[in-house]
Design a protein around this ligand. Structure first.
Ligand code: IPE
Ligand code: IPE
Ligand code: MG
Length: 245
C-alpha cells in the first residue's frame, strides 16, 4: 500500500515535470545526521547509517525519475577529521559498505562513479575500492555520481593551481576550472544543503560561483523524494542572470 501511494505521488510529479527546468548537475551538502540521531535518543552513528541509506533513495530518484545527469554528494569534508576518532572510523566504514554495494548495483545502471578529494589520507582498502569502482564504471555515460571525500573547496583550488604551475601553464579562470576535480562534468546548477545551516562549509567554492543555492531545515535522513522535488521546483523558478540584466 505504502509503495502504491508513493508511486502515485511520483506519477503526479512526473506529469508536472515537463514544465520544470531540471538542473543538470546538483550538489548536495548532506547535513544533519547527528541531530537526527540525537532527536531519537540514539548515538550519532545511528544517524550516519540512516543518512547513508538515504543516499540510494535520492540518487535513484534524481537520476531515474527527475532526469538529473550529475550528482555531487558531500560525504566527508577535509575538516571532518577533527571529529572524535570513533565517529571518523564509523563514517569510513559506512563509505566502504556503500561503495561495495554501489559497485555491485551499478554495472546494470549506467552510472559512472567519481570520487573527488585528497584520497591519499584514506585507508589503502578504501582507496582500492574507490579506484576499482571508478575504473569499472568509467564508460558509463548516462549519469555521473561524484562523491566528495576528504574534500575541501579551498584545498581543491590550491591543488588545481599547483597542478597548472607544475605543468607550466598560465593561471586563468578557465585553466583553473579545467584543473579542478570536476573538470569532466562541470559546475553544479543547484547546491542543496540539508540540516538548516546557512553556509557552504568549504563545498565547491570555485564551481559554485553561479550555482543556485537551496537551504532546507530538513535533516538529511528525512530528505526524501518530495523534498528533492521542492528543491527542483524552486530552482526552476529562479532567474539565472550571470551578471546580465
Ligand atoms: C552530516 O551530518 C554528515 C557528515 C558531516 C559526515 P552531521 O554529522 O554533520 O550531522 P549534524 O550536523 O551534527 O547534525
Ligand atoms: C559539511 O557538514 C560536511 C558534510 C556534509 C560532509 P559539517 O557538519 O561538517 O559542517 P559544519 O561543521 O556545520 O560547517
Ligand atoms: Mg553537520
Amino acid at each position: 500500500m505504502a509503495t502504491k501511494v508513493k508511486s502515485q505521488q511520483n506519477a503526479e510529479i512526473i506529469a508536472d515535470k515537463n514544465s520544470l527546468k531540471i538542473p543538470n548537475h546538483v550538489g548536495i551538502i548532506m547535513d544533519g545526521n547527528g541531530r537526527w540521531a540525537q532527536a531519537r535518543g540514539k548515538v550519532r552513528s545511528f544517524g550516519h547509517k540512516a543518512g547513508s541509506d538515504n543516499v540510494d533513495r535520492i540518487v535513484t530518484y534524481a537520476f531515474d525519475e527527475v532526469g538529473v545527469k550529475t550528482l555531487t554528494l558531500y560525504a566527508f569534508s577535509a575538516e571532518n577529521w577533527a571529529r572524535p576518532q570513533e565517529e571518523v572510523d564509523e563514517l569510513m566504514r559506512l563509505l566502504e559498505v556503500y561503495f561495495k554495494k554501489f559497485i555491485k548495483k551499478v554495472i546494470s545502471n549506467d552510472v559512472r562513479l567519481f570520487v573527488m578529494g585528497d584520497l591519499s589520507k584514506l585507508s589503502d582498502k578504501l582507496q582500492k575500492i574507490i579506484i576499482d569502482g571508478m575504473e569499472i564504471t568509467k564508460n558509463n555515460l548516462s549519469h555521473t555520481l561524484n562523491i566528495a571525500i576528504n574534500y575541501g573547496g579551498r584545498q581543491e583550488i590550491v591543488y588545481a593551481v599547483n597542478k597548472l604551475i607544475n605543468e607550466g601553464k598560465e593561471i586563468t579562470v578557465d585553466s583553473i576550472s579545467s584543473a579542478l576535480y570536476t573538470a569532466p562534468f562541470g559546475e553544479p546548477d543547484l547546491i542543496i544543503r540539508t540540516g538548516g545551516e546557512l553556509r557552504l562549509s568549504n563545498f565547491m567554492l570555485y564551481q559554485g560561483a553561479y550555482s543556485e543555492l537551496y537551504f532546507t531545515p530538513v535533516l538529511w535522513p528525512d530528505f526524501d523524494e518530495k523534498e528533492f522535488d521542492n528543491a527542483v521546483i524552486e530552482f526552476s523558478a529562479r532567474n539565472r542572470r550571470y551578471g546580465k540584466i
